[in-house]
Design a protein around this ligand. Sequence first.
Ligand code: FES
Ligand code: MG
Length: 579
Amino acid sequence: MTEKKTPLRSAQWFGTADKNGFMYRSWMKNQGIPDHEFQGKPIIGICNTWSELTPCNAHFRKIAEHVKKGVLEAGGFPVEFPVFSSGESNLRPTAMLTRNLASMDVEEAIRGNPVDAVVLLTGCDKTTPALLMGAASCDVPAIVVTGGPMLNGKHKGKDIGSGTVVWQMHEAYKGGQISLDEFLSAEAGMSRSAGTCNTMGTASTMACMAEALGTSLPHNAAIPAVDSRRYVLAHLSGMRIVDMVHEDLRLSKILTREAFENAIKVNAAIGGSTNAVIHLKAIAGRIGVELDLEDWTRVGKGTPTLVDLQPSGRFLMEDFYYAGGLPAVIRRLGEAGLLPNPEALTANGKSLWSNCQASPQYNDEVIRPLDKPLVDDGGLCILRGNLSPRGAVLKPSAATPELMQHRGRAVVFENFDDYKARIADPDLDVDETCVLVLKNAGPKGYPGMAEVGNMGLPPKVLAKGISDMVRISDARMSGTAYGTVVLHVAPEAAAGGPLAAVRNGDFIELDCANGRLHLDISDEELAGRLADLKPDTSAKIFDSGYARLYVDHVMQADQGCDFDFLVGCRGSAVPRHSH
Ligand code: FES
Ligand code: MG
């Protein structure tokens, strides 16, 4: 066998002239693989989340083909394998319920198989964190190739954005401003090509996070799914991962504390999704990097939002790529001294700054200059107080500035079924000064912490032309959504958090400037109510099955909603033989 500087992990399967080597090679040969493919070539796993039930990732077999061409050109041997595909649009009760399941699938598939490195094909929201979490727990060389966003949606001559237009048009329909026919007519125009949501929703945010963390080649986040340059990037990533094996460039050398600080900064600059808080924490936990909610304030606060994309702004991902994409944003941050760790290492072996320092920028409307930001302070707001002792999150760029300082009367929904049953009731005692409170929609409560935190406003408020109210829950919200929405309240109601104690008529204070969320009752009253709590049973969890495992082991939002037993890096030591 050919000698390499770094001994290949895969040689422990294919590199021996004995009974085990015979077995490992022989069955692989049924695919028509000649002898020389086993002789010291890096075996590159292509971890594919392709699924026709994950429409955002349905074009991934073609992307995998281009990755394979690159791997072969660089002297590696590509092997593609499927992993659980957590698709946002179809999976019920929420794709978040299966993010950790997918991460387990990825981790065990890598560790148990003859791969020296992996290309992670990610797209729809949860697929990016799931694959990075699984690969990080193995700490092999890995590179992310994202499927890319859909082309801009089109409807009646205007651009419309994935998800965002659904929320907007549904409110307009409920408020009586548009007809049902008009609402439904936007469906086909919103999703008119392969790819992920074209807004700065969670998929685009996580693609930007993967690039800012250094785990992909530059421009991976924004090239549209159907742009031929997406396939070029896939090819180049396939070539690059082979070199990463020879350089032993493992994830732990890229996913450093410095890289996460860069990502937090970039999230503020792009107006990224609140879901990034949970996913980055979960990824950091796998690779052994300390990251907590206060890092979002410490690093992100004061960072202007430069990218004018929906849901916070006007444009879509296609425009973002043509304007220069993420490297142009990182250049603007770096030139203003706002990139915390320019020297952080990336997948191509260069620093983040050397990748971006000369990146062209073509459109000041889409990627705004520092002196004309979309939002002056785009850092996510972390809120603590007697209502959220372990934190809650609000996205200022998606909120109404006047409501970010607000005291209002609580209108409480015990769970999502209760919300749906009563929100449209004309007799509901609510006006626009109230605070809508939703309980039991967190990690254990829903289960899976669904994206129901941006609960729609009562129709009778919408009919007045009001478009925003303060809303508070232990849920998440879609990255495509907007509003003055307090999310991720921890501990959640179902874990006995103080949110469970809120009653109709209580007053709640939201003070974003000071990071405070306060329920206006005495400590004694709060303790008394918590002692009297009855568990919510709306979720109907079976005694067995995956949801049981999930509810028993999921951690709270401030800990990234990972399973308690999955935290940490277990490495890629080769397990014992199977025979
Ligand atoms: Fe898949 Fe938005 S639903 S990326
Ligand atoms: Mg989403």
